[in-house]
Ligand binder design. Structure first.
Ligand SMILES: C[S@@+](CC[C@H](N)C(=O)[O-])C[C@H]1O[C@@H](n2cnc3c(N)ncnc32)[C@H](O)[C@@H]1O
Length: 366
């Protein structure tokens, strides 16, 4: 794709152009799978993102980096919390997603839930798996090292993944609410984790239709979503009502939901995914499994205290990361927001027995 400047050209993914983040490594002899033309829509040009074009994927607000897609609702910054805006994009530490990946692994006991089923599905089909809203692509990288003979493709709207993935991993920059470039039945597994803030209510079924299309018969869809409201499952908790025991954090999350609602994102995806899968009529074996992520270091069990400390850090980071979005939403004053953030951070560090539900839903394509 020569644009006349002699370097690879890209268009903004929202313009409907899927682009490849990887360096040219996939075309060399080490690439596991050179059959992109077999499994992907050859009519879609796939071009490599250039160094300069990476900068166009971001805008800065309040000293933080956000994706530059004006029409998409995702409210969180794309940089690591402690980083300041600089032009050295590739040096950014995507801290939150990396820790979240480790925490979810510890919570579920493996990088992927229902590992036995995943192994079976990956052993008997196309040898390809797709990760939607891949973020830093850590799930893809972990899975690619666990299944060296399977090709993993991660898709995100911003290029925050490594440009030097292993030979069986590939990252593409595209909008998952637009038609996928991949051919019918070309994947054994489609994974979509923590997409609730990214895909609006009316777009999730559209995305699901594409998931159905690209999965082979018997292929597996796995989703994982946080409930987005804290709970107290234990009688040992100070109060079973989060509204009383952690009022600031509870209120903070309600305001977040309210601000996202204005952009068409309703945070009830957590409850709706099994229903959407059933309504599509395209899946069987729909199952749901809930995990409770402890938050804070005040849980009775030692293992939960370690996990809880990491989880508290994730949510504290999340509270800080939402500041710019909430301020610009106009639904809260700067002073009130500061107060709510301080209160939320205190509660995340000090309240006993707080958990956040994380739901995994699995379904096989008919
Ligand atoms: C909370 S992160 C989850 C990352 C990853 N799934 C994980 O669990 O580590 C959500 C990701 O969705 C991406 N995203 C938001 N809207 C998107 C869209 N319309 N198409 C593709 N990716 C999108 C964001 O850039 C962000 O990296």
């Amino acid at each position: 794709m020569d644009d006349g400047s002699g370097r690879p050209s890209t268009r903004h993914p929202s313009a409907g152009q899927p682009v490849l983040l990887n360096s040219g490594d996939m075309s060399d002899d080490n690439a596991l799978d050179d059959d992109e033309d077999v499994h992907s829509d050859a009519s879609s040009d796939l071009v490599e993102v250039s160094e300069e074009d990476i900068c166009d994927s971001f805008v800065t607000r309040d000293g933080r980096l956000f994706h530059s897609h004006g029409s998409l609702p995702y409210p969180l910054p794309a940089d690591g919390l402690e980083q300041h805006v600089s032009h050295f994009f590739r040096t950014y530490l995507i801290w939150r997603l990396k820790v979240q990946n480790e925490v979810l692994k510890a919570l579920m006991g493996s990088i992927c839930p229902e590992m036995q089923l995943v192994r079976e599905v990956l052993a008997s089909g196309t040898g390809r798996a797709l990760d939607l809203c891949t973020g830093t692509g850590q799930w893809v990288l972990d899975m690619a090292s666990m299944f060296p003979n399977v090709k993993f493709i991660g898709v995100d709207i911003v290029p925050i993944q490594t440009r030097r993935p292993p030979r069986n991993a590939q990252f593409e920059i595209a909008d998952v609410t637009e038609p996928f470039r991949h051919l019918d039945g070309s994947f054994d597994l489609v994974h979509a984790r923590c997409t609730a803030f990214s895909v609006s209510d009316h777009k999730y079924p559209i995305m699901l239709r594409e998931v159905v299309r690209v999965l082979r018969g018997g292929g597996l869809f796995i989703s994982g979503e946080f409930k987005n409201y804290p709970a107290f499952p234990s009688r040992r908790a100070e109060s079973a009502d989060p509204n009383v025991s952690c009022p600031s954090f509870h209120r903070f999350l309600m305001l977040t939901a309210q601000a996202l609602h204005r952009l068409g994102v309703r945070l009830n995806l957590f409850h709706k995914i099994p229903l959407l899968l059933e309504e599509s009529g395209s899946f069987y074996g729909i199952s749901r499994r809930s995990f409770q992520l402890p938050i804070g270091n005040r849980h009775p069990e030692e293992s939960n205290r370690i996990l809880g400390s990491q989880a508290a850090e994730i949510f504290i980071n999340f509270v800080k990361a939402m500041e710019s979005f909430l301020r610009s939403s106009g639904i809260i004053t700067r002073e009130h927001l500061q107060e709510l953030m301080r209160g939320s951070i205190y509660e995340l560090q000090h309240v006993n027995g707080l958990v956040m539900d994380y739901d995994v839903v699995c379904a096989r394509k008919r």
